[in-house]
Design a protein around this ligand. Sequence first.
Ligand SMILES: [Zn+2]
Length: 505
Amino acid sequence: MSLKIYNTMSREKEEFVPRDAGKVAMYVCGPTVYNYIHIGNGRTYLSFDIIYRYLKYRGYDVKYVRNLTDVDDKIINKANEEGVPAEEIAERYSIAFNEDTEQLGLAKPTIVPKATEHVREMIEIIEGLIDKGLAYVVEGDVYFEVTKFADYGKLAHRSLEDMRAGERVEIDPRKHHPMDFALWKSAKPGEPSWDSPWGKGRPGWHIECTAMSLKYLGQGFDIHGGGRDLIFPHHENELAQTEGYTGKQFVRYWMHGGMVNIGEEKMAKSLGNIILVRDLLKEHSPNVLRLLALGTHYRSPIDFSPEKLREAESAYDRFLNARRRIAQALESPAVTRFPELVEEAGRLQRAIQETKSKFIESMDDDFNSAAALASLFELVREINMFIESNEQEMTMIAKDALSTADGMLTELAGVMGLNLMLPEETAGLEANLPAEIYDLAAEVLGLSLDNKAKSELLDELLVRRNEARKQKDWATADMIRNSLAGMGIEIEDTPLGSRWKLSRD
Ligand SMILES: [Zn+2]
């Protein structure tokens, strides 16, 4: 069985063969930080979070890069509206983005590069493009000349003529072709700017992603992702610049996520129907929002509505209720019966195995999360049936099977980033964790963290320890492990990442 991915370039599902065996290099276009993210953006990042987690579950060593575009026309416009420096806008919404994505439960990418920290690399690529005759300079601006790149339009599957007809392009007499796009823009007074061979200016949006993806992932990396709306012009332009510059394939698999509509309408500022992630999170658990996303294939559109949210709420409750019933069943005294037949729990045991293989089969089929989720609900049904028919006499064998089912349910949900922990388990856990965690977190993470849960701080300490290990900073890594061990908390390193548990458990 192998993983298949729908490639926007071929418009087909293809078998996934990474550039380097066992490794995945993935780049997803991050936000332009001039506003809070809406649920359309949130869905795209959630989709790639699920993909990232699943690739790791499948044993790949994944390097995931998601950039921050912190210099752009939109940021400058917003700054002018508010009468503040562009840097202030970028800083404010970068912080907001981190808060929103953390609250949404997104795993941190391996690298989160900022465009403003890579301008030198961008200038180098632009110079290379000019040298190759693919770009030209007009009064301090630099443009990419689309007619010089023979394959322009191959990702969007459109010819230059179609594009001209499809896009409202202003006629600019300084450009050789209306579709030529800016690699470098000369600075107006008061705008953020950098020195360049063409005078003071700033990079265009597309060149930012070329520079950052090449720097961290190299040529011909595996997966480049984003929302469908980025196929043209953003990704088409990234591709033309990069392949024009390197002369080699830029990306092996192009992945694009579906949009979110409100009801059946497009979500747009002009329609006044934009829903922000942070507003939704005030009233709904991140798990419910994730379930809503998981219920639809990542490439299909979602028509967002209050009913969809309610469905997701009740789906989440079904999971939690099943886990609660299991916990109760496990607490009831076991009856002894002679002979105790293994076959009593045979149907549930088979359902557990089937769930796992259906789950993997579905996710391997271009990350079909809706089908994967359906297999988990199939297991929930089996669990409920099993409890009902065994309620009166729960044998040890029955309890074992239930406990295995519970483990499988939480494991596979966890692969998709769903947390099925019951509120009472979380509360019990928090109460059992030692208060020294606060001191250690303050020392290692260097912040005042009293408003966070101890279990959350533990997760952050594990992330910090893994970073230290990657940088071969054994002193810090060992210090964290030993300090936790001193508090009775054990770290387990698994292929899925590190976990902690109370050693007295
Ligand atoms: Zn990009």
